[in-house]
Write a protein that binds this ligand. Structure first.
Ligand code: GTP
Length: 556
């Protein structure tokens, strides 16, 4: 394929505005998939994506399209729309020259429409505005066109109005891709320079890297080198994603596709890495900004004997989702595990679900926290900061864009849900990091009969300390079994007790149910009790079953 007949593009949109539906139609129109009723979100391959009806991972597909007597190769990179996954969007964009910006004809411009537009704008890509769902009763494409003019400074007549669901006018989207997006600027005569923009791990074939070729050619049998690890590999297979892998023996500059080269270890195909030919080193392409985790959670195997299995599952999954940060961690109650950093709560849930579904791992996830920087001075005396309004822009008579500065801790847990329910679903939300701010935070300890419980230390805002402390004490009370003596559960700040619960004394008589004198039955029960005790941990003289902390720490 001559470079001038190639277009690399992506679809960006606010969640649910119809990216995946439009992608399905484009795949059908180009004959990539058959036109059947069952083509729903073909590119959403992961089980979690289908169950939740959302796109998590960016997927790539190569489409062939005949236009004015010429055959074009259109590489479509589908991207996720949820706020937690904007990292995937910016990665996908680095392999594109243009984007389709899909906006719902009824809802109009929303928070991620704006955020995604600016990602494309900063990457200097051509933006084709597509107003979707014009078939809806309440559709108002004219109003959306005006919004696009006002907010993005794109002339209204550049908007393409379609119904992805019914297929109306979708053909003109393909034509606009050819006419308005430039072909990639690449040099096939130069030695190979390929960007790894995604990679997955296949149990049988090892690492499958998704690559975008900026220079040169790569063929089956070539010796290639990773600029990152300096390791050399022989290329076993290259090809395009159609949308499933299809070997082509060669890939040329301007194309995107997949490459398999016997990379066995998950750390060998780093996303953002540059591949070049052996003996032909090149200037590596600029990699990717590493994503900044916003929510942290402890992840532990349910059973310590599964530590190594879980370790390799996390390794493989983070290869596929490099925005997750991993640090080893351990806890008295939960044993050896990790502290993982996620871009948001949904991201955390999806990661957990993928661990379970794709790697059959069962994990304990502890309550997410956000990072704090402690300054040991009287600056904590500074008054607690609430949200501070920064900016207000009217998109049109009905919609306003507000910018606020929030403590991250206030928005990660349930802010999004509250906003949605307060506004009856009309408001949408996006965020970026504004750096650390001073706040009145306190360290809260949990004591069991005066003994410090290391794994339950929390950092909380002074105003929230009472309710958080009370909640932990109550949950702990419910999960601690009664013992021979009374147990005082206390939440303390410094030396001040802010919450307390008591577990009354009780002797668990395992023989109570044994009326009659069946001695073997008695022995069996007593043995079971000792076995049970092995699963206990001692804090002072208090026996704490392993799952008591799990119940307190686990996200509910
Ligand atoms: P994420 O993958 O979660 O980011 O969503 P998305 O933007 O890919 O949206 P998706 O294609 O899943 O569509 C969301 C919903 O809108 C689905 O229920 C679609 O059937 C519906 N939808 C998409 N296009 C149209 C359209 O042209 N008209 C109507 N009426 N509904 C549409």
């Amino acid at each position: 394929f001559p470079v001038e007949d190639i277009r690399n593009f992506s679809i960006i949109a606010h969640v649910d505005h119809g990216k995946s539906t439009l992608a399905d139609r484009l795949l059908e129109l180009t004959g990539t998939i058959d036109k059947t009723k069952n083509n729903k979100q073909v590119l959403d391959k992961l089980q979690v994506e289908r169950e939740r009806g959302i796109t998590v991972k960016a997927q790539t597909a190569s489409l062939f399209y005949n236009f004015e007597g010429k055959r074009y190769l259109l590489n479509l990179i589908d991207t996720p729309g949820h706020v937690d996954f904007s990292y995937e969007v910016s990665r996908s964009l680095s392999a594109c020259q243009g984007v389709l910006l899909v906006v719902d004809a009824n809802e109009g411009i929303q928070a991620q429409t704006v955020a995604n537009f600016f990602l494309a704008f900063e990457a200097q890509l051509s933006v084709i505005p597509v107003i979707n769902k014009i078939d809806l009763k309440n559709a108002d494409p004219k109003r959306v066109e005006k919004q696009i003019e006002k907010v993005f400074d794109i002339p209204g007549d550049e908007c393409i109005k379609i119904s992805a669901k019914l297929g109306t006018n979708v053909e003109s989207v393909l034509q606009a891709v050819i006419e308005r997006i430039p072909p990639p600027k690449v040099y096939r005569k130069n030695p190979l320079r390929a960007l790894v923009f995604d990679s997955t791990f296949d149990q049988y074939r090892g690492v499958i890297a998704n690559i975008a070729l900026f220079d040169g050619v790569v063929s089956k049998g070539d010796k290639i080198v990773s600029a990152h690890t300096k390791k050399t590999y022989e290329v076993n297979e290259v090809g395009i994603l159609n949308p499933n892998e299809q070997s082509t023996h060669k890939l040329y500059a301007g194309q995107v596709g997949f490459l398999i080269a016997g990379m066995k270890d998950v750390t060998e195909a780093q996303i953002g890495d540059t591949l070049h030919l052996h003996n032909h080193p090149v200037e590596p392409l600029p990699g990717f900004k590493s994503a900044k985790p916003m929510v942290f959670a402890g992840v532990y195997p349910v059973d310590q004997s599964e530590y190594n299995t879980l370790k390799s599952a996390i390794g493989k999954l983070t290869l596929n989702d490099s925005s997750v940060t991993v640090h080893r961690d351990s806890s008295l109650a939960l044993g050896a595990g990790w502290r993982l950093g996620f871009l948001g709560l949904l991201h955390m849930e999806v990661f957990n679900q993928r661990l379970e579904q794709e790697y059959n791992a069962s994990v304990i996830l502890t309550t997410p926290t956000v990072p704090y920087k402690a300054v040991l001075s009287s600056a904590k005396l500074i008054k607690a900061r609430r949200a501070v309004q920064k900016n207000m822009i009217f998109i049109d008579q009905n919609r306003v864009m507000l910018k606020y500065l929030f403590p991250l801790n206030e928005i990660v847990v349930d802010f999004y849900d509250s906003l949605k329910s307060l506004s009856s679903g009309y408001a949408s939300f996006d965020y970026e990091d504004a750096g650390y701010q001073a706040a009145e935070l306190v360290k809260m300890d949990i004591l069991l009969n005066g003994n410090f419980v290391e794994e339950l230390v929390t950092i909380v805002h002074k105003e929230k300390a009472y309710s958080v402390g009370k909640n932990i004490c109550e949950r702990l009370k419910d999960s601690l079994p009664r013992q021979l003596f009374e147990i005082a559960i206390q939440a303390v700040i410094g030396s001040k007790v802010i919450a307390r619960e008591t577990v009354k004394a009780y002797r668990k008589n395992v023989l109570a149910k044994c009326y009659g004198g069946d001695i073997t039955r008695k022995m069996k029960l007593l043995k079971r009790q000792t076995e049970g005790k092995k699963k206990l941990r001692k804090i002072g003289n208090i026996e704490v079953p392993k799952d008591a902390f799990i119940k307190v720490l686990k996200t509910q």
